[in-house]
Design a protein around this ligand. Structure first.
Ligand code: FEO
Ligand code: CA
Ligand code: CA
Length: 634
């Protein structure tokens, strides 16, 4: 199959294409059992009013929520689903664009020329493409936003190339510079947020930025290349999806679909099983970086892929600091990195691996966090665990150690998926963002969807029965699982779990695809992805799903953002994005009067002119949302 550009195929489809999972028909019997209503209704006590039961019982629980006349904590009028090419927010709220792909960060840089998509040089001085996770930092009275730039669309980035196909090395330079992280100072003038050009904090981190490799994989022979014979300094970061923020003021950026940038000039090259597990293939997903850089040619630089798929720690207040790859937090298709400090002082980081049938992880630091202490290497050493969920709503964190895996610490850090398969972790429906409740010892994770659930194994051959927190065969809608660590201790190895919600479409289905009791025809959506608690303890849910508004998705409209009260289970739609976008990433201003979010890839199939309108090229953008009465939002 010829891949012309990434425009034609998503990362998930690419993985399926290069590494089709074997169909496993043995699941059929389990599948039938799991799809019966009895199985959904059985066992387990839900934690709040938000039971995850299905069918007719579901409606009565929803009504119970609606009939509760206590003041809702979601104090806004729900936005209706729509397919407009704009952002829709509730009455009394407004939005504005803060930063868009191609916006110059320095006054010496030219404005974006959308007829060409700019040049390598202009992109290196501009806001990157496909903004995703973000965090806000206050430093010396300044407001600094660190924003991931996950990937790019060659049809807009390479607007001057036939079919969006790169033809020169500068096209590849531009593509590399559109990826990574944009660190920008922002400021509010007459109520409008804008980039502060020439701020000393402005910085672009791209696929070319040098970063120190820390943790167990540092210096290992699998990390060594001709350009870096010691295996200690990697070059760059890309496909930066979700993020994290530490209490000591650093930014964590998470490398997700790193595999699709590598290819082989020798099509007979045998990719190792270890790299195959991650979807590395002789064909790339359309980026063609190998055309201009031998690092991306597997024949020439076979260890290069081992240096990607990590969490990277960045100090946004020091533009000269070298980012640090934190290999102790494992190598996989990282979504976000939710950092919390346990009562005993250990730092706990929850981590999802976003691929069908992959796993949910937890890192526990060896050292402890102390206010004012030195935290520069807290993420360099600790233990990685992987989640196992049992049917009785109990779960456990299984340590990944040389004793449990017969692998060295470095091998566990590099081949993390293989280690997790060895200990029998639970295959999940694509773990996306994890959010820890700031007011309660519990955490939530979006399991966005998994069309292979119950039908195919994961890439490592592990079974994916429709059980536990992944109960639906061919799961098109996704769900949110939550867990409460035993003894209210995030370092405890045991937890209780339930499903906070099962997304679905009760207008079309009356079976498991209708969703859970707290989903109704007014607030329904599919594919929960971004997830974050605000300071009041409300849970913001962002979607990256099917926006066809047809068939099973009829009535759900464009991708969107909702807010949930996790105590009552109530969910309201707060925002609808423009056509063919996803909504992702969030941060609040210090005074909580502004919420920043990412609108990523509007018009990914060519059908949007957002945000500039007319016939303009669509541009991924960070927007700021505020209340017209100036009160706090989150
Ligand atoms: Fe980049 Fe799993 O979303
Ligand atoms: Ca995501
Ligand atoms: Ca997603």
């Amino acid at each position: 199959m010829t891949i012309k550009s990434n425009f034609e195929i998503g990362f998930d489809e690419f993985d399926e294409m290069v590494r089709p999972a074997p169909a496993v028909v043995d699941f059929d019997t389990i599948t039938e059992a799991a799809m019966s209503r009895r199985s959904f209704l059985g066992g387990g006590v839900a934690f709040g009013a938000s039971a995850f039961v299905m069918g007719s019982t579901a409606l009565s629980v929803t009504n119970a929520v609606a009939a509760d006349h206590k003041q809702s904590r979601l104090a806004f009028e729900m936005v209706k689903a729509n397919t407009l090419d704009t952002v829709t927010v509730p009455k009394g709220y407004s939005w504005q664009v803060v930063a868009s792909w191609g916006d110059p960060l320095w006054s010496k840089a030219p404005s974006l020329d959308t007829s060409t998509g700019g040049t390598g040089e202009s992109q290196e001085m501009a806001f990157g493409d496909h903004n995703d996770g973000m965090a806000l930092f206050r430093h010396n009275g300044k407001t600094i936003l660190a924003v991931n730039n996950e990937y790019t669309n060659y049809n807009t980035l390479l607007a001057n190339r036939e079919g969006g196909i790169p033809t020169t090395s500068d096209d590849i330079r531009k593509s590399k510079a559109a990826h990574g992280v944009s660190v920008v100072e922002v400021s509010q003038t007459e109520g409008k947020w804008h980039i502060v050009k020439d701020s000393k904090y402005n910085r672009r981190i791209t696929a070319e930025t040098e970063m120190s490799i820390t943790g167990p994989a540092r210096g290992h022979k699998l990390m060594q290349t001709a350009a870096d014979p010691k295996g200690e300094v990697a070059k760059g970061t890309w496909n930066n999806c979700g993020n994290g923020q530490t209490p000591w003021g650093t930014y964590l950026t998470c490398e997700e679909n790193f595999n699709g940038y590598f290819s082989s000039s020798d099509k007979d090259y045998k990719v190792s099983p270890e790299l195959s597990r991650y979807g590395v293939n002789v064909k790339d997903s359309g980026y063609r970086w190998a055309m201009a850089d031998d690092r991306f040619d597997l024949v020439k630089t076979p260890n290069e892929p081992n240096r990607f798929g990590y969490i990277v720690e960045i100090d946004p207040t020091d533009p000269n600091s070298m980012p640090k790859k934190r290999t102790a937090l494992g190598r996989f298709k990282h979504e976000n990195a939710e950092v919390t400090v346990a009562a005993n002082g250990h730092v706990v980081v929850y981590l999802g691996d976003d691929e069908r049938g992959e796993f949910l992880y937890r890192f526990v630091s060896e050292g402890k966090y102390t206010v004012g202490g030195d935290h520069s290497e807290l993420l360099a050493k600790g233990t990685l665990f992987v989640a196992k969920f049992h049917e009785n709503h109990k779960g456990e964190w299984l340590p990944l150690t040389p004793e449990t895996t017969s692998m060295t610490e470095a091998e566990i850090a590099i081949h993390t998926r293989l280690a997790a398969s060895k200990v029998g972790a639970t295959t999940m429906d694509r773990p996306e963002w994890v959010a820890a409740n700031p007011n309660k010892v519990e955490a939530y994770c979006c399991l966005t969807n998994n069309k292979n659930r119950g039908l195919k194994t994961n890439a490592g051959g592990d079974a994916t029965p429709p059980t536990g927190p992944n109960p639906r065969v061919k799961n098109n809608f996704g769900q949110i699982v939550r867990w409460k660590p035993t003894n209210e201790d995030h370092t405890s190895n045991a937890f209780d779990w339930d499903l906070f919600l099962l997304a679905g479409n009760p207008a079309v289905y009356d079976d498991a695809n209708a969703g859970s009791s707290n989903i109704n025809q007014d607030n329904m959506f599919n594919s929960p992805d971004g997830l974050k608690f605000d300071s009041k303890g409300l849970l913001w849910i962002q979607t990256d799903g099917n926006y066809s508004n047809k068939e099973g998705f009829a009535g759900q409209g464009n991708n969107q953002m909702l807010v949930a009260d996790t105590e009552t289970g109530e969910i309201r739609r707060f925002l609808v994005g423009p056509k063919e976008c996803e909504i992702t990433g969030s941060a609040w201003s210090a005074d909580k009067k502004t919420m920043f979010i990412s609108v990523q890839h509007p018009g990914e199939k060519g059908n949007s002119n957002w945000p500039d309108g007319g016939n303009s090229a669509p541009r991924s953008s960070v927007i700021a949302i505020s209340r017209d009465d100036g009160s706090v939002i989150g």
